[in-house]
Write a protein that binds this ligand. Sequence first.
Ligand code: ADP
Ligand code: ZN
Length: 432
Amino acid sequence: MEVFDPAELWNREQIEIVQLSRLKSAIVHARNCAFYRERLEQAGIGPDSLQSPDDIRRIPFTTKQDLRGQYPAGLLCVPPSEIVRMHCSSGTTGAPVAVCHTQNDVNTWADLMARCLYMVGVRREDVFQNMSGYGLFTGGLGIHFGAERLGCMTIPAGAGNTRRQIKLIRDFRTTVAHILPSYALILGEHLRSNGENPRDLPLRIAVVGAEPYTEEFRRRMEELFDIKIYNSYGLSEMNGPGVGFECTEQSGLHIWEDAYLAEIVDPETGDPVPAGEVGELVMTSLCREGMPILRYRTRDLTRFLPGECPCGRVHRRVDRILGRTDDMFIIKGVNVYPMQIEEVIMTFPEVGQNYLIVLENDGVSDIMRVQVEVRDECFVEDMRILQNLQKAIARRLRAEILLTPRVELVESNSLPRAEGKAVRVRDLRDDK
Ligand code: ADP
Ligand code: ZN
């Protein structure tokens, strides 16, 4: 197998040896900031306390609140003059978090990203168009430097400006793109509304990530553009993209275990979940100099996939991210994730690409409305057909989430589109 980095081919034993030694160094290094020095001292943890990577469990968690509390530079573990770049999280769920990188950090990150792209068949001959926002968002420069590191001509197209995106794809014969799921929709619809066939573009691969999407959505987009789509997972706290990535098997995302130590815990108790069960992903950066982060509670929900990947890489795989613990909403006592809704509605061929969940309270009880776009060709005059569709969707949703939402069918392109991360839930209840 051709790989970008020999570390991809390490066996479990090699991975664990490197993880343990890097974890020990990370602990020593983390003591350069007061926050971790105190945390680790209180917990009585030094490098000698660890005998295997599993001993990481003795280290206290770091939460998003901790990072916000240390903003902007409380977690710096090198002299400020060593820092060459900073990034922030998107702030999807509150105040953003800042992460500062040394030159080695940005180089390692670019290598990891290049490794991901190479794994799915991207080569230096490809033209790579990055359609995500640049600036503080890590999906810009993070992906960009990975593609450049691989030697691709890399077009920093940025987010939005759909007509120019399409022109660039055509003029420079773009073969690989990085797109947010919500933007892939916009791009496809734009082409179709102009009577153009998205399959005629020179694109062959798209890297799609930064927010959750379902398998059904991937298949639809692959079909629409006649490309292969690979799921890319990352978070600013762990650099950004390049943390987890699908290989060509498209069955789970490999986490690069030589750079990150991943755990999955019960979000309530913090204990490891039984093998294969869903829980919160907890991540430790093993090589970061500027701001090492130990046992970070990502609030992202997933599970480890059992067994080894047919691709031959031993680096553990996680299932596609189901959503964030913060995305969960409670209605009539039931916990619901937006992806559960997406999974159900996308199985209906009549349903278009976009939907919105609206939560309201009519003074008596909570109401959940699911607004679903219906494909133009299915938006027929015959009300009975639409009513049957509406009922069928409501029935299937009830089977999934055990309560019956009000399903509203709307015309395609009528729901709001996001150019950044999509907003799937609008909670208008005042007592939330
Ligand atoms: P924010 O948390 O403010 O959005 P980031 O820009 O750092 O900040 O985004 C990281 C988050 O984006 C992850 O923690 C995760 O919730 C989400 N995310 C990133 N990639 C994926 C993916 N492939 N699938 C699902 N969610 C993703
Ligand atoms: Zn694989």
